[in-house]
Design a protein around this ligand. Sequence first.
Ligand SMILES: Cc1cc2nc3c(=O)[nH]c(=O)nc-3n(C[C@H](O)[C@H](O)[C@H](O)COP(=O)(O)O)c2cc1C
Length: 169
Amino acid sequence: MKSIDINTLDISAPKLIGKQWMLITAGTPDKFNTMTASWGGIGFLWNRPVAYVFVRTNRHTAGFMNEQKKFTLSFMPESYRQDLIYCGRNSGRDVDKMANTSLKPMTTAAGNVAFEDAELVLECRTMFQTTLKEADFLDFSEVAPQWYDENNPMHVLYIAEIADTLVQD
Ligand SMILES: Cc1cc2nc3c(=O)[nH]c(=O)nc-3n(C[C@H](O)[C@H](O)[C@H](O)COP(=O)(O)O)c2cc1C
């Protein structure tokens, strides 16, 4: 893959994240985890391009994100849809996602793990993270029944600088 200036990308973030979905990957080439995500955004903050993602506290991937303070977002072609569903329904605590999917991990020049065949990879360095709090919702009762209960804990919001943008050669 080759590195490009993110400003040359012509993308719709809601479509890219909400419809195509992404793999959030964190860890080291020897020990990493990946999960599917469809909530988040791409924007501009603190005078730099940023990505922000929402990861529930109980995700195995969250532990790797908290430890490494960086992660990648891989946007895969449609042919990987079943693998994204698998990585979104199973935890790396219980299964070997690499053995059970056709995803091929690769190490970027910066030493991060992403996936071969990705149409787009964003290499992210976490700058800010916070666990969403019930008290900060203007109307928590509107959101809670659908999204939060004893089995579905709060999300952590991670805001990360996009340090590099990779596309296929
Ligand atoms: C389409 C789709 C989108 C998802 N989006 C998110 C998300 O934005 N945040 C999140 O915490 N979990 C999301 N999930 C659920 C996680 O991918 C799922 O819990 C996964 O098994 C976590 O894996 P892990 O425990 O190995 O980290 C999504 C699942 C699917 C199928």
